[in-house]
Design a protein around this ligand. Structure first.
Ligand SMILES: Cc1cc2nc3c(=O)[nH]c(=O)nc-3n(C[C@H](O)[C@H](O)[C@H](O)COP(=O)(O)O)c2cc1C
Length: 368
């Protein structure tokens, strides 16, 4: 564990944001893993737990587990809060909207890859991304003692207002300069500028083009750079672009703490930047994932266009759950960004942070 230090101005890596948030390095890490989130915070960064795939009860319990691991060090929780979703978390109603041609395509995939029916339910086979679900998830996060509330694919002002009233640092992920106005109007404290290179849901503007535009539009709100960052030279470059820190997701997938499924881990370790693909087949919104037979099948000639969110997930939820439960290797995938090129061996969160910090210091030193 790293001792918390106050910056004396001599270390360019120790940005103003580090002192404001009580962290040693301006390295923010997003993860769906409790252990990774806690390890990032304990290594001197700021861990943010992705709670979007969790039911509200599970969120409370998982955030409490992270708190037990980090003590009084800061960490955050993140929710996907897109607008334009259904009001109710009503699976049957959403299922009734699915076109027959799409259902036939999914049935044919199930047969082609011999995917058994799943035994259990997963988030993807039981929850409809809906306002009802988002409110319940947000309640669970805001009632917890988490230090930061992060929202992505949307910045609902009433939830941000509640988060601020609850004393949380608030953060919005944005993918285009025009999104900054919503973060500003809602009064978010920090903005993540997440570029095209990123793993997970992302937009069409490259990180290098996006970050300085967001810094300008943010008008003093601290910005973190995200998308494809996996090497300390990119951390140094992000500071040069005007960011006060970086926000990374892909790099943690290959850590011991993450415990990624072995088959998916194998694909990740072998993948280079060309082996990720932007697809709507995961959720209905553009999402960068490791390219596998899953994305290829949806890209193939004659395949139907993926449905919009939340219907794509309702369409594929059962099949995906069967794929994961039975480890149907060709169809297994995970979100991953172009920085996957740096994921070549299993390592630890602490080693990754040490590597990023050392490389960033070298790069900054070389500029002097
Ligand atoms: C597997 C995976 C899942 C992700 N899920 C979410 C999510 O639920 N909410 C969110 O705000 N961002 C999510 N992201 C995006 C990250 O927050 C982050 O912006 C992104 O990973 C940065 O780019 P990088 O992957 O190139 O480091 C996810 C990223 C990955 C790799």
């Amino acid at each position: 564990m790293k001792a918390r230090q106050e910056g004396d101005g001599s270390d360019p890596l120790h940005t103003a944001l580090c002192d404001r948030l009580g962290i040693e390095y301006p390295i923010f890490g997003f993860s769906h893993s409790i252990e990774v989130t806690a390890a990032i915070t304990n290594a001197g960064g700021f861990g943010v737990y992705g709670a979007t795939r969790d039911l509200p009860d599970a969120i409370s319990e998982r955030l409490a587990r992270i708190r037990a691991l980090v003590g009084d060090r800061p960490f955050g929780a993140d929710l996907l809060l897109p607008g334009g979703m259904a009001d109710k978390n009503d699976w049957a109603a959403a299922e009734a909207e699915l076109p027959q041609g799409h259902k036939d395509f999914v049935k044919q995939l199930k047969q082609k890859y011999d995917v058994p029916d799943p035994v259990g339910k997963s988030f993807f086979s039981s929850m409809v991304r809906s306002n009802e679900l988002f409110e319940a998830q947000a309640d669970a996060v805001l009632e917890s003692d988490v230090d930061m509330f992060a929202s992505a694919i949307g910045t609902p002002p009433h939830i941000i207002e509640r988060a601020k009233a609850a004393g949380k640092t608030t953060l919005s992920l944005v993918g285009a300069p025009k999104h900054v106005q919503y973060a500003k109007a809602a009064g978010t404290d920090l903005i993540v500028a997440q570029g095209y290179d990123a793993g997970g849901h992302t937009g069409p503007i490259g990180t290098l083009s996006l970050v300085p535009q967001i810094v300008d539009a943010a008008d003093g709100i601290p910005v973190l750079a995200a998308g494809g960052i996996a090497d300390g030279r990119q951390v140094a470059a992000s500071l040069a672009l005007g960011a006060q820190g970086v926000w990374l997701g892909t790099v943690w997938l290959a850590t011991e703490e993450h415990q990624l499924n072995e088959r998916v881990l194998d694909k990740l370790l072998k993948a280079g930047s060309l082996d990720t693909v932007l697809t709507r087949s995961h959720s209905g919104k553009t999402c960068r994932v490791i390219r596998t037979a899953w994305s290829d099948e949806w890209d193939a000639e004659g395949a139907p266009k993926p449905l919009k969110m939340p219907y794509q997930q309702v369409l594929i939820g059962e099949l995906l759950t069967g794929v994961m439960e039975n480890e149907i290797e060709p169809l297994m995938y995970e979100g991953a960004g172009q920085g996957v090129a740096w994921c070549n061996e299993v390592t630890t969160v602490e080693k990754e942070i040490e590597r990023l910090v050392a490389q960033a210091r070298d790069a900054l030193g070389a500029l002097r």
